[in-house]
Design a protein. Structure first.
Length: 528
């Protein structure tokens, strides 16, 4: 007989120790419900008027040649520029904000902070450069205009709380041999440091005199090796004969050369009539620098010292334009030497550590002033990657570079363009764009866009695309006309595709950036 199965043993529930997780609260459930209501589920919304599908579509893969796929998936534009730096305007194709940041791009998009800006007169080159100066000043850079030929930066510099030094008849003088912030501070340095700084300073003084003598109001040529040696010794002797806190001036150098001290005669290995023959030309050239049309400009100590602690500085030489281009050229060399020597000296003794923004407007004048400024520009462009100084070269045409007298100077000027990784090209003629293509590769579409900006016939403007010099100073527009390319620029960085931007000025900028002050005054008088 089969035995009955034994019923299962009763088990005693064991106590469960540890925390018991509580479910979501009512508020959390409501928040999750609202979140689910914001996003559709994987298969779509359900319910009435919903788009729920029973099966998820895996998608379809298509293949084809690039000529056809480009029309289906039209990503035809390159990437834009980083939205940092100076806002230029809106991209003319996409409406995206376009910024330019030569200082911030160094080491990332570019190898140096140099910028080359060119376009026809009246297309708004100066407006763009002044916006760069204004915004970079807010970022802590020091705006420095070493030779403002037209006086168009004076209002902007003054509005920024900067220092404007004016040179001209009865306005002020500048000493090309001025030591700037080193004056009165050299004696406090150690003997070795003081000697080293004075050697560098006297070397700059020599180069300044050589550059001034190369102009038409000096010798009209570069001093030869004997004249350069005599100048070198005369500058050192004139500097050593000054009281502490005082600088030599050009008449002091002339006086040393005429006095013919033994040290100078020994260096030239000449005496008597032979010494006078060797130094006659250089003495006459220095006399020309402190007399004649240049009288009252470079023959005395600097009237108003440069304030290196100001947020911006400018040397206004617009008063020299009445004396002719040769006087303006000499003034540019003297003010450039004085300004940059002062800043470099301040950096060498720790009085200044700010970065600079150097707008070089009216570049055609600088290039034609002589080898002095070409050499100075060349030296700055080679060092600005180390100092991170933003140098902006502004010109109308690449032909300005070819106007230099010697092939050596032309080669240095071409080097300036080659060392600028950032190019900003405004309205230009087809002929000019062909010259640009030799330096920067432009696509056919880019050339068509830029040339369309320069079409002046539709607005009745009489603009010569190749105008340089005094012709470029004429008003590019009248009250009833506007350049079709005003405020439009193509920004080219290396070999990247160009970004076309349109600049719009604020009312304050429209007041400060007006470059044609003479035309503005004439219009004001005519309306009275």
């Amino acid at each position: 007989m089969a035995r009955k199965p034994k019923p299962p043993a009763m088990t005693t529930p064991r106590a469960v120790t540890g925390p018991v997780e509580a479910g979501p609260t009512r508020q959390e459930r409501q928040a999750q419900k609202k979140l689910r209501a914001r996003f559709a589920p994987r298969l779509g919304w359900g319910g009435r008027f919903g788009g729920r599908v029973p099966v998820e579509d895996a998608g379809t893969i298509y293949t084809g040649p690039s000529t056809q796929v480009g029309g289906i998936y039209p990503f035809l534009l390159g990437s834009g520029l980083p939205p940092r730096g100076v806002p230029v305007g809106r991209d003319v194709l996409t409406g995206e904000l376009v910024c330019i940041d030569p200082s911030g791009w160094t080491g990332k998009l570019t190898t140096n902070p140099g910028v080359w800006v060119m376009s026809q007169p009246g297309a708004g080159k100066s407006a763009l450069v002044k916006r760069v100066c204004l915004v970079y000043s807010a970022y802590g850079h020091m705006v420095c205009v070493p030779g403002d030929v037209k006086g168009e930066y004076s209002g902007l510099i003054a509005e920024m709380g900067g220092s404007v030094v004016r040179i001209g008849d009865g306005i002020g003088r500048i000493n090309p041999l001025d030591s700037g912030p080193l004056k009165g501070r050299v004696q406090a340095l150690s003997t070795e440091r003081r000697r080293a700084l004075l050697d560098v300073l006297n070397g700059r003084r020599l180069e300044t005199l050589v550059a001034l003598l190369s102009t038409n109001h000096g010798l009209g040529r570069t001093p030869d090796e004997v004249e350069r040696s005599a100048l070198d010794t005369a500058v050192h002797l004139a500097s050593a004969g000054q009281a502490p806190g005082h600088d030599p001036i050009v008449p002091d150098v002339v006086q040393v050369l005429r006095a013919a001290p033994e040290e100078l005669r020994t260096k030239l290995a000449a005496d008597g009539e032979r010494y006078r023959d060797l130094t006659r030309s250089v003495i006459a050239g220095l006399d020309n620098l402190v007399g004649g049309p240049l009288k009252g400009l470079f023959d005395a100590p600097t009237t108003t010292p440069l304030d290196i602690n100001a947020p911006a500085v400018s040397v206004d030489i617009s008063a020299l334009r009445a004396r002719g281009n040769d006087v303006v050229s000499a003034g540019m060399i003297a003010t450039w030497a004085y300004t940059y020597s002062s800043i470099d000296s301040a950096r060498s003794i720790g009085l200044m550590d700010r970065k600079l923004v150097l707008p070089m407007d009216e570049m055609w004048r600088a290039l034609r002033s002589g080898p002095g400024l070409v050499d100075a520009m060349d030296a700055i462009s080679r060092l600005n990657r180390t100092t991170d100084d933003v140098t902006i070269y502004v010109t109308h045409s690449l032909l300005d570079v070819e106007a230099l007298p010697t092939e050596q100077d032309r080669a240095k000027a071409r080097g300036l363009m080659d060392r600028c990784d950032t190019w900003v090209i405004g309205a230009s003629s087809e002929e000019e764009l062909r010259r640009v293509t030799g330096k920067r590769s432009l696509t056919e579409q880019e050339r068509m866009m830029i040339s369309s900006w320069s079409s002046a016939t539709s607005t009745g403007l009489d603009i010569d695309p190749t105008a340089v010099g005094d012709e470029a100073d004429r008003p590019a527009e009248d009250e009833g006309a506007r350049h079709p390319g005003r405020g439009k620029y193509l920004i080219k960085i290396g070999t990247r595709p160009g970004i076309a931007a349109a600049l719009e000025l604020t009312p304050t900028e429209q007041r400060l950036y007006r470059t044609d002050t003479n035309h503005l005054r004439a219009t004001t008088r005519g309306s009275r």
